[in-house]
Design a protein around this ligand. Sequence first.
Ligand code: GAP
Length: 435
Amino acid sequence: MDSKKIDKVVSLCKRRGFIFQSSDIYGGLANTWDYGPYGVELKNNLKRAWWQANVYARDDIYGMDAAILMHPKAWEASGHIDNFFDLKSDCKSCKKRLKSEDLKNKSKCPECGGELTEARPFNLMFKTHQGPVEDTANLLYLRPETAQGMFVNFANILDSRHPKLPFGIAQIGKSFRNEITPGNFIFRTREFEQMEIEYFVNPNGADKKLEEWIENRFNWYIALGLNKANLRKRPHGKEELAHYALACTDIEYNFPFGWSELEGIANRSDFDLKRHAEYSGKDLRYFDDTAKERFFPYIIEPSGGVDRSLLAFLTDAYHEEDVRGKIRVVLKLSRELAPVKTAVLPLLKNRPEIIELARRITQGLKKHIVCIYDDTAAIGKLYRRQDEVGTLYCVTVDVESLEDKQVTVRERDTMEQKRIGIDRLKEYLLEKLNN
Ligand code: GAP
């Protein structure tokens, strides 16, 4: 993939109000990003599509929203206090902190050639304190994965919803990791959002369920618009498995900076439930009333990143086309993901009747479709802006519209234009958007 594409995507994100550097006016906070007006719409659409496919469309998955702060014992039980670290070395000259994994056995600093310290473990969890006294008794962690909030609620879901195996819990929320080497725009950050499912299964059928979930999740990205040629599955080698995992396959995307993980689908075995049962003293076994036995289910976990997926969808959708000798930049996002479905644009700014009609049409459409109005530039520029944010349909109101009560509807990808009666416009667009 074109390695310059990432710079073009970053630039478009800022120019058009998708993503801004955090605390920009203070010089920015490194590797931290804020989502602007179109970015938040795209993010919400992505999360909604995930929730639709994994919660609403199924009978066996329950949604929830756990707190970011958890009892500190939960992190002892989960193994994160003992195992959730990266090895890092510091450069004695330039003081840069480097992840051992990225050094690939190099003995000198790749930046300045300086001497490196011995590799030391560095726990990735952010610490904070509860209440006014900052001592160890009040130590809390910002969660590094949303998963644990679902494991500690396993018994609550059983008692309140009475599900039978297999069933799952799904959650979308923020996680925090004090990454040693964040970077590649929103790909690796210290604050990010995850979309996770914990799917509880009978241990006997766990391998098959893992395969089913890998297929399911791979196909979800394609159905939502990612080019299949830019996706691949990569099973983990034994040495790279997380401390809780028996097996894991990553879904990777061919980013401009190389193939990288979008989502991991792991078999977490009964590790988490067993450990929480042990540390909390609560019986977290499932009772199978047909076999009349109690056991700890295995957990299949599809765990994806919102921000990473969003970057993949943006990169995949970014197109440059030659239109009559000029470059048209267009975001070919799918109907579900496009932040704006329709934009109403008056052809002439100096005709109050046209402006008035265009505004009236916008207000009418807003009740049914995500629709914006823009009259801040000439029509050519207005089209270009809408193409750059991936708006699906542009509705142009011109002088004739005042007479024939019709408007021009322009489709984003084909740029085909059609005259449509204003009285039919809503139905026309809804049909296009929903079929
Ligand atoms: N509960 C399992 C778990 O957290 P993970 O592979 O460490 O597994 C799952 O993370 C997903 O979360 C990743 O595939 C990625 O999409 C996202 N993710 C993890 N760390 C991230 C970071 N520092 N920045 C952005 N996304 C991240």
